[in-house]
Ligand binder design. Sequence first.
Ligand SMILES: [Zn+2]
Ligand SMILES: [Zn+2]
Length: 363
Amino acid sequence: MMTFEPIGRVKNELTEKRFIKNAESIVSEILINDHFLDGLYKIEEQKYIDVLFEFHQSDGYQLITPVFNGETRGVFASRSPNRPNGIGVTTVRLIERKGNKLFVSGLDALNDSPVYDLKPSDFSFYRNLQSRDDLMLSRPRINIEKHISRGESRALLQQAGQLHGHYCPGLAMGVLATMNAMDLLRQASDGMEELLAFVETNNCFSDGVQYISGCTFGNNALIFQDYGKNAVSIVSRDGRGYRARAKNDIRQVIGSLFPDFNPLFEKVVVEKNHEGSLKQSFKEVSKDVSFGMLEIPFDEMFDLQEVKLKIPDYAPIEESSICDECGEVFMSSRGICLKGRRICHACNDIHHPFLDGYGIHCV
Ligand SMILES: [Zn+2]
Ligand SMILES: [Zn+2]
């Protein structure tokens, strides 16, 4: 048995035991006891330090424990605060030292946690990069999952913009609706139809849904319901999930906070006036509004409800046929037999439903 004497204590805003979101944005003070003060000599030269502390409010532990994204893991394969010895080790960024106080960000310790040791972090760039690379290969969406679990909506909206091509309120709505529903459901997508998104519109909103949920047009985990509503249900394969729907007056809420938006929307989008400077100002305002929406309380813009939905079976693996007309390979179910010939839909005169900005329709 070893006994330890704390070298200091943590002071921060985290007074309650809860799942710590956004640790990177929380600044903590580590108050070092006087007789250890000389031990801080030259610590300012470090950008990152490892902090060893005690999870002093945790009681008991489970060897198999839930983790941030809802899956379960062995306690030693997790960062759960409920551990056999209650020891926390976290790499933090050192912002500054003022006498016996160290200001750090990224510490997932509660207020008053005893601190037992500090060390410069062995933050070898190459090693870090290497392990990140390995992790990305086994879980390509790990960074998105982390942003969701930490409530980092700004980073998520920025990334979703890479898919969508511009920033707009619809995209922001899709991002916010999906991340909040996913945060409640606590299930990540592995792109294998275990998590499904029922999206009720095909506009900007649905790109936010696809990027954040990982349920996409391509992996069959996106179910499109052509209802024309800014709403999405994030559901696990047992049918349990959450539906987030933009409130009826969301445009008024946005309009009252960003008065320039609605008049420009009328001119550029509704009246299709694409004059250069007008379009440019609209894009600017759209971007400001979309990021500004992240500051509006979620409940003012959305209704979020638990749902139980009927889930389709996993997408079938289709046999291939060769079209007797065009000679191209197609999924057998997407064609017909006509007078003994196999014909793909593209070669068939009958018009088949397709999806565009007008919804699902036949021409
Ligand atoms: Zn858009
Ligand atoms: Zn054909």
